[in-house]
Design a protein around this ligand. Structure first.
Ligand SMILES: C[S@@+](CC[C@H](N)C(=O)[O-])C[C@H]1O[C@@H](n2cnc3c(N)ncnc32)[C@H](O)[C@@H]1O
Length: 229
């Protein structure tokens, strides 16, 4: 190739990749706007979830995505839009949708003030996901109490696990159900670790027993994650 055509070719490739990066960036921002309007997590934490999901994609970690504690689908949208388009991954979303169930004896008394809050439904979640650019045909919503829905669930290999269900009992049950299925390089996020003492206790007990080497990394004052070795 002569010099001028070669320079033109390289410049065009550069412009194409800038275009693609710009499109990816604006998709990410649009999703973040939709997710923030439909989540209790807040913009910063949702942006960090996007970043963790991007890393899982870059590392090519195989497996599906699970979220326990969905509400209107905001955090699911942030994660799903990064991991599902163009892939064959599925996303499994578990929630009772009829309001926060009562806490247990391992949770603090303030937990009772949230009982019955965060009512939502599958149509709201689908609306959030669609608006955020998540391919909804790859999403399965499983309504019901985890205590009823998880025991019969056939757990697939997982790349990303997001636990946002606040109380000791459900967090422990979700860890017992899903932790082993997360593949090396995959990510497990505990949204309430720094806020609800029952959640922190469930995570600490579980990791001490099942994965003593796991390193908890802080996202903000409440949310933390571990990466599977
Ligand atoms: C804090 S909200 C989730 C927030 C959501 N991730 C977001 O982006 O806004 C916690 C959710 O966990 C669900 N949940 C808590 N305990 C549950 C249980 N035992 N079974 C099913 N769902 C449960 C509640 O219904 C509620 O929607």
């Amino acid at each position: 190739m002569e010099v001028i055509p070669r320079v033109r070719y390289v410049a065009q490739r550069l412009l194409d990749s800038l275009d693609a990066a710009g499109a990816r960036f604006s998709r990410r921002r649009r999703t973040l706007r939709v997710a923030t309007r439909n989540s209790l997590c807040g913009r910063y934490r949702l942006g960090r979830l996007q970043g963790l999901a991007d890393e899982v994609r870059r590392r090519d970690v195989p497996g599906d995505v699970v979220e326990c504690g969905v509400y209107r689908g905001g955090s699911a949208a942030a994660i799903g839009e990064r991991l599902l388009p163009g892939s064959s991954r599925r996303m499994w979303l578990f929630d009772v949708f009829t309001g926060m169930p009562p806490p247990g004896s391992q949770d603090p008394w303030e937990a009772w003030t949230d009982v019955g809050k965060f009512v939502s439904n599958e149509a709201i979640v689908r609306g959030t996901l669609e608006a955020a650019g998540v391919p909804v045909d790859l999403v399965r919503i499983v309504p019901g109490r985890f205590e009823d829905t998880l025991p019969d669930f056939e757990v697939p290999p997982l790349a990303f696990l997001h636990l946002d269900c606040d109380w000791y009992g459900p967090v422990k049950l979700c860890l017992q159900t899903f932790f082993e299925a997360v593949r090396p390089g995959g990510c497990i996020v505990f949204d309430d670790y720094g806020y609800w003492s029952g959640c922190r206790r469930a995570v600490d007990e579980f990791l001490a027993e099942r994965s003593p080497g796991a390193r908890l990394v802080r996202i903000d004052s409440t949310s933390h994650y571990v990466r599977k070795d």
